[in-house]
Design a protein around this ligand. Structure first.
Ligand code: G
Ligand code: G
Ligand code: NA
Length: 255
C-alpha cells in the first residue's frame, strides 16, 4: 500500500526514467532499435531496477499508469532521435494486466497521438510470452488491432520459456520473436540449447517473423547466433541499458 502511494507520487514528481538498450544487426552493424527499460530514481534509495518495484504493483491499477507513462516517454524519445536523424524503433514492455485491460488499444492510440508525426511502426510493444496470457483469442484480437489499426509492431518477448510458445507463435501475429536469454547464454555449453536457438531461428524464418536474440554477452555467442541465421541481437556484450542522454554518444561511437 505504501509502495503504491510512493510510486504514484513518483509518477507525479517525475522520478521515473527510461534506460535504453541497443538492438543491432550483427552482420551489417546497423543499430535498428532500442528497448526501453524503466528505472526509478528514488529520492532516498537512488536508482532502482524494475525488479525492485514492478513486482510490488503487479496486478494493480497503477501498473497501467506506469505502462502509459512508459509508452508516452518512449514516444517523446522517438521524436528526439528522429529529429536527430536517427530512424530507430523503440520497444516497450507491456504488462499483461495492461494488455488485457479494456482500454489498452485506446491507451496505445493516445500515446501515439502525443507525437503524431512519428510513424507508428517505430513503436514496438514487447509482450511477455511467459505471462499467463489468459484468453489467447482475446489477446490475439488486441494484437491484431494494434498492428492493423494502429500500425505498431509487436514482439513476443522471452520466447521459448512459456508453456505454449508454439501456440503463441501460430496465433499471435507478432512481427518479431525475441529468443529468451537463458537459451542464448547456455547454448555455448549445452548443444541442446543451441539446437533450440537454431530451431527458433528456423521457425521464425518459416513463419516470416523477425528474430532477435537477447542476452548476447560474448563474441562467441554472437558468432554462434550468426551461424544459426539469427543476425539481430541485444545484450551486455553489445551494450548495457543506458540513460537516453548517452545514446547519441554511443550511436556515434559504435561501428
Ligand atoms: O531493466 P532490467 O534489465 O533490469 O529489467 C528487469 C525486468 O523488468 C525485465 O523482465 C524487463 O522486461 C522488466 N521491465 C523493464 N522495464 C519495464 C517496463 O517499462 N514495463 C514492464 N512491464 N516491465 C519492464
Ligand atoms: O525480460 P526482458 O527481455 O525485457 O529482460 C530484459 C532484462 O535483461 C533487463 O533487465 C536487461 O538489463 C537484462 N539484460 C539485457 N542484456 C543482458 C545480458 O546480456 N545479460 C544479462 N544477464 N542480462 C541482460
Ligand atoms: Na523485453
Amino acid at each position: 500500500q505504501q509502495w503504491l502511494q510512493q510510486i504514484r507520487l513518483g509518477l507525479e514528481q517525475d522520478q521515473f526514467r527510461l534506460f535504453y538498450q541497443p538492438k543491432v544487426n550483427m552482420r551489417t552493424g546497423e543499430v535498428f532499435g532500442m528497448e526501453a527499460l524503466i528505472r526509478w530514481v528514488h529520492p532516498k534509495k537512488g536508482l532502482l531496477s524494475p525488479i525492485h518495484f514492478l513486482p510490488l504493483i503487479e496486478g494493480s491499477e497503477i501498473e497501467i499508469d506506469v505502462g502509459n507513462w512508459v509508452m508516452r516517454s518512449a514516444m517523446q524519445q522517438l521524436q528526439v532521435w528522429h529529429d536527430e536523424g536517427k530512424e530507430i524503433e523503440v520497444s516497450v514492455n507491456v504488462a499483461s494486466l495492461h494488455l488485457q485491460s479494456a482500454h489498452f488499444i485506446d491507451d496505445v492510440e493516445a500515446a501515439l497521438a502525443t507525437h503524431a508525426d512519428i510513424d507508428s511502426r517505430y513503436l514496438q510493444l514487447e509482450i511477455v510470452e511467459t505471462s499467463a496470457l489468459g484468453d489467447i483469442g482475446a489477446i490475439s484480437k488486441v494484437i491484431k488491432l494494434c498492428r492493423d489499426l494502429l500500425g505498431v509492431s509487436i514482439a513476443l518477448d522471452d520466447f521459448g520459456t512459456g508453456y505454449s510458445s508454439l501456440t503463441h507463435l501460430r496465433h499471435l501475429t507478432a512481427s518479431t520473436i525475441k529468443i529468451d536469454q537463458t537459451f542464448v547464454r547456455d547454448m555455448l555449453d549445452d548443444p541442446q540449447d543451441y539446437t533450440i536457438v537454431d530451431g527458433v531461428s528456423g521457425l521464425a524464418e518459416a513463419f516470416n517473423r523477425q528474430v532477435i536474440a537477447e542476452g548476447v554477452e560474448t563474441t562467441e555467442s554472437g558468432l554462434m547466433l550468426l551461424m544459426s541465421g539469427c543476425e539481430r541481437a541485444q545484450g551486455y556484450g553489445i551494450a548495457k541499458p543506458m540513460p537516453a542522454e548517452e545514446v547519441l554518444i554511443w550511436l556515434n561511437a559504435y561501428k
